[in-house]
Design a protein around this ligand. Structure first.
Ligand SMILES: O=C1C[C@@](O)(C(=O)O)C[C@@H](O)[C@@H]1O
Length: 225
């Protein structure tokens, strides 16, 4: 259980509050996802200064659950700046412009690139999910992430099945479902080998539907292991 990575999204709109949140997350040994799209005036120099714990920089568009409303060039610039400032991971959507995505991949240096795909309508059929996963693996990212909305607990099975399938191909993967019916998949995914799972320090700070608190998550793991 101790090897499970828990990532906590930072959904503050103000940089000082986000810095305090990062400090709380890192003090407890978790990974932080800095949601740049929530920040009204993102100051990356301030947010990513050392020393700090591991950070994923994410700048999500509304069509994949984010809040970024500026021009695409500004969205990309922030992610490029996050790479330059030594973010540990950068999250880029599979649906982003492939030329830019490949350029980021080529210039990411030691930063790990997470290629992500979300379906908020969900569920997607197993063949469709495998097709997307294969195309994502072909992109050469360090980690791929597929997340869909579950309307029924059985919708999670196809997503969870992607975890061993990707691992057999030597690909690190994050996969689970959103929504109430997907909650259990967030607990099970890391037990199956998902690179990480998302949880919140306290209720009300969720970045997606169905996220559990760390306390809820760990108490279930304690019962299971
Ligand atoms: O991609 C993801 C997964 C997520 O949507 C979730 O459902 O936990 C939460 C987002 O903050 C993160 O970028």
């Amino acid at each position: 259980m101790s090897s499970i990575r828990i990532c906590i999204p930072v959904v503050e709109t103000d940089c000082d509050a986000a810095c305090q949140c990062l400090a709380r997350i890192h003090a407890q040994g978790f990974l932080a996802e800095l949601r740049l799209d929530y920040l009204i005036q993102p100051d990356l120099q301030h947010l990513l200064h050392a020393p700090r714990g591991p950070v994923i920089a994410t700048n999500r568009l509304p069509n994949e659950g984010g809040r970024f409303s500026g021009p695409e060039s500004a969205r990309r610039r922030l992610l490029e700046q996050a790479i330059d400032l030594g973010a540990d991971y950068v999250d880029v959507e599979f649906n982003a412009d492939p030329f830019w995505r490949n350029d980021l991949l080529a210039h990411r240096g030691a930063v790990k690139l997470i290629l992500s795909w979300h379906d908020f309508k969900g569920p997607s059929t197993p063949p469709r999910l495998h097709e997307i996963m294969t195309a994502m693996i072909d992109c050469g990212a360090d980690i791929i992430k597929l997340v869909t909305y579950a309307h029924h607990p059985s919708d999670c099975l196809a997503l969870l099945g992607l975890i061993p399938a990707a691992q057999q191909q030597g690909q690190d993967i994050i996969a689970f479902c959103m929504g109430s019916a997907g909650k259990y998949s967030r607990v099970i995914a890391p037990l199956l080998g998902s690179y990480l799972t998302f949880a919140v320090l306290e209720a009300g700070k969720e970045s997606a539907p169905g996220q559990l608190t760390v306390q809820e998550m760990t108490s279930i793991w304690e019962m299971l292991t």
